[in-house]
Design a protein. Structure first.
Length: 95
């Protein structure tokens, strides 16, 4: 039996999480998935409330560049940094 076939059979019936853990990329994949969801949710909320990137930067007490990074899930940003910037727990635009 070939090595490739053995690897496929090893993962048959297992979860995607098990597969990613076996490949050693679970944490990386999970972090990327969270970034993508947060970026999408923030973008949708901004559209719904008609909030520009400049206005969002002001609301978050940060720069527009940081907002751009937050909206780009491929950027190398730690999600805890923007959240630690003095947020009050309310959604932006809900004053």
């Amino acid at each position: 039996m070939s090595k490739t076939r053995k690897n496929r059979e090893k993962h048959m019936g297992s979860s995607i999480d098990d597969f990613l853990k076996d490949e050693g990329i679970f944490e990386e994949a999970q972090t990327q998935a969270v970034k993508e969801v947060v970026a999408w949710q923030l973008d949708e909320a901004m559209k719904k409330r008609n909030i520009s990137k400049n206005k969002m930067a002001t609301l978050l007490k940060t720069s527009r560049t940081q907002v751009d990074r937050l909206l780009n899930p491929k950027s190398d940003i730690t999600l805890s940094k923007p959240a630690a910037g003095g947020g009050n727990g309310r959604a932006p635009g809900n004053d």
